[in-house]
Design a protein around this ligand. Sequence first.
Ligand SMILES: Nc1ncnc2c1ncn2[C@@H]1O[C@H](COP(=O)(O)OP(=O)(O)O)[C@@H](O)[C@H]1O
Ligand SMILES: [Mg+2]
Length: 209
Amino acid sequence: MVRSNLKGHFIVFEGLDGCGKTTQAQLLADFFFRRGVEYLHVREPGGTVVGDKLRQILLNPDTVLTRWGEVLLLAAARAQLVQDVIQPALARGEIVVCDRYLFSSLAYQGYGLMQDVELIRQVNLEAVGGLMPDWTFLLDIDPSAGLARQANRRGLDRIEQRDEGFFQRVVEGYQLLAKKYGFIKLDGKASIQEIHRQVVTIIEQELKF
Ligand SMILES: Nc1ncnc2c1ncn2[C@@H]1O[C@H](COP(=O)(O)OP(=O)(O)O)[C@@H](O)[C@H]1O
Ligand SMILES: [Mg+2]
């Protein structure tokens, strides 16, 4: 994929379940809406017909799936979303706000499920035609706090039901990925409005609004 043909900007939120990704992605989308900026707000997995079907399979606690089955279904959903939705929006010059991206596969299936991180990276990069975000925000939170937020709200999905060792490995994985890919790390324990303010400050600087 020739990134220079894509005039838009690609912003990703990453982090553990309950860290505040969906909250912050929505607030940022609302911010762009108020500013009259053309934007697209999507979440993973999902956002296409096939992606939404795969999301149901992936998150359903009754689903029985091998580890690489999980890797490949996630990559399939991601590939469809990039090809059908994200890439066209970037080509139109829009700002894309995405709730999770391929780093989630590296953190969860790679580090969390202890599968080959480099192979997962290659499979995903191939699936998305090499598209990487301009900015990735990592909302830092410890696993128990994040899962407590989720469980209070709606019960836990299939992936959220994994044991604490799994989430500890995911946290450590995210820290390694943050260094390697230059994530912008924010304290997920700060208030919702404070985190939003930090996100907007950085985006305003970067995009020179
Ligand atoms: N900074 C925050 N402080 C306290 N609660 C938060 C914060 N951010 C989000 N929440 C709450 O925690 C829960 C999970 O947030 P959510 O944005 O859905 O997380 P994620 O999408 O990362 O799983 C929601 O009920 C949300 O209102
Ligand atoms: Mg969410």
